[in-house]
Write a protein that binds this ligand. Structure first.
Ligand code: NAI
Length: 327
C-alpha cells in the first residue's frame, strides 16, 4: 500500500526538515510506503530537485517515488495527504489586506486543484501563514470536498505550550496531557491550563500562579515564533516540521485514550465559537476523522481570551470575503 503525499513550498526551510521525516516513515507509520509530490514556484523547482537528490541518496525504504511540479493541478492529482507549506510572507511595508490577497492567489487555486483531482480520502494540513485563513480560502474553493478535510496547524503552539509547562512545573513532557490551544495561529492563540493536566492534576492548580500564566506563560507561547527569529535569524523550521508530522500522524492514527490534541478545524459552533472560520480546538481523532472535545470548562479567564482570538479570525474572514476569496 502506498500513499501520495503532496508538499508545497518543498524547497523552503520547513520543506527541507519535513521531507526527510515523511520519507523515513514518521508521518504515516512504518507500514506505509510514500510517493512524494512536490510543488514549488518555477524559480524554486531546481532547488526542490536538489532536495529530491538528497532524499534519493538517503535510500529510505518507504520512499517509492518523488515527482516535482510547478503546476498545482498536477501536484494534487490523486493525492491523499496535502501539506500546504508554501505561502507568501509579509514583506516590509505590506498591508494585511495585501498579504491576504497575495495568499488568496496561492490558496484559491490550490483548493480548486484539490477539488479537481485529489483522492477521495484527501486530508489537508495548512502550515503556510496566515494558516487558519489560508485553510479557509482553500476549503471555500474546493467544491465537493468535505470541509472537515481542511485543517490548519496549531500543533507547534500546542507543543510549545507543553514544553513551557513542563519546564515550569519540573514535570516530564510525557506527564503533561490534555493541552488545548484555542483560536488562531498567531500571538492571540490561547493555551488552556484549566483543562491541561500535569500528572493528572489540573495544570492551573499545579502552577498555582495566575500572574505567571497571564503575564509570562501565555505571551511566551504566543510570541515564541518571534523569539526564535531573534535567536536564529530565521523562523522556526525543524520544530514546525515536527509539529506538522505530529498533526498528520495523530489525524491518521488516532489520539491516545483519554488525551486530545490541538488542531485548527472548521468551527461547528461548539463553545459558542461562530461557524465559518477555521480555528483551533481540542480534538480527538479516530479512523482518520477528528471530533471537537465537548463539555470542557471555559471559565471567564478562558472565555475572554478565546473571544479575542476568535474575533481576530472573524476579521481575517471578513477581509478575505471582501476580496471574494470566500463566500
Ligand atoms: P520559506 O520561505 O523558507 O519557504 C517557503 C517556500 O514556499 C519557498 O520555497 C517558496 O518558493 C514556496 N512557495 C511560495 N509560493 C508557492 C506556491 N504558490 N506554490 C508552491 N510553493 C510556493 O518558508 P518556511 O520557513 O519554510 O515557512 C513556510 C510557511 O510556514 C511560512 O508561511 C511560515 O510563516 C509558515 N509557518 C507556520 C507555522 C505554523 O505553526 N503554522 C510555523 C512556522 C512557519
Amino acid at each position: 500500500m502506498s500513499t501520495n503525499v503532496t508538499v508545497t513550498g518543498a524547497a523552503g526551510q520547513i520543506g527541507y526538515a519535513l521531507l526527510f521525516r515523511i520519507a523515513s516513515g514518521q508521518l504515516l507509520g512504518p507500514d506505509t510506503k510514500v510517493r512524494l509530490k512536490l510543488l514549488e514556484i518555477p524559480q524554486a523547482v531546481k532547488a526542490a530537485e536538489g532536495t529530491a537528490l538528497e532524499l534519493f541518496d538517503s535510500a529510505f525504504e518507504l520512499l517509492e517515488d518523488i515527482d516535482i511540479y510547478d503546476d498545482p493541478t498536477k501536484a494534487f492529482e490523486g493525492t491523499n495527504i496535502a501539506l500546504l507549506v508554501g505561502a507568501r510572507p509579509r514583506t516590509k511595508g505590506m498591508e494585511r489586506a495585501d498579504l491576504l490577497e497575495a495568499n488568496g492567489g496561492i490558496f484559491k487555486p490550490q483548493g480548486e486543484a484539490i477539488a479537481a483531482g485529489a483522492a477521495n480520502d484527501i486530508k489537508v494540513l495548512v502550515v503556510g501563514n496566515p494558516a487558519n485563513t489560508n485553510a479557509l480560502i482553500a476549503q471555500s474553493n474546493a467544491d465537493g470536498v468535505p470541509a472537515a478535510r481542511f485543517t490548519a496547524m496549531t500543533r507547534l503552539d500546542h507543543n510549545r505550550a507543553i514544553a513551557q509547562l513542563a519546564q515550569k512545573t519540573g514535570a516530564a513532557v510525557s506527564d503533561i496531557t490534555n493541552m488545548a490551544i484555542w483560536g488562531n495561529h498567531s500571538p492571540s492563540m490561547y493555551p488552556d491550563l484549566f483543562n491541561a493536566k500535569v500528572k493528572g492534576e489540573r495544570a492551573w492548580d499545579a502552577v498555582g500562579d495566575e500572574n505567571w500564566v497571564a503575564n509570562e506563560y501565555i505571551p511566551r507561547v504566543g510570541k515564541r515564533g518571534a523569539e526564535i527569529i531573534e535567536a536564529r535569524g530565521a523562523s522556526s523550521a525543524a520544530s514546525a516540521a515536527s509539529a506538522a508530522v505530529d498533526h498528520v500522524y495523530d489525524w491518521v492514527n488516532g489520539t491516545a485514550e483519554g488525551d486530545w490534541v490541538s488542531m485548527a478545524v472548521p468551527s461547528d459552533g461548539s463553545y459558542d465559537v461562530p461557524e465559518g472560520i477555521i480555528t483551533s480546538f481540542p480534538v480527538t481523532t479516530s479512523g482518520g476523522e477528528w471530533k471537537i472535545v465537548q463539555g470542557l470548562d471555559v471559565p471567564e479567564f478562558s472565555r475572554e481570551r478565546i473571544n479575542n482570538t476568535v474575533n481576530e479570525l472573524q476579521e481575517e474572514r471578513a477581509a478575505v470575503a471582501k476580496l471574494g476569496l470566500v463566500s
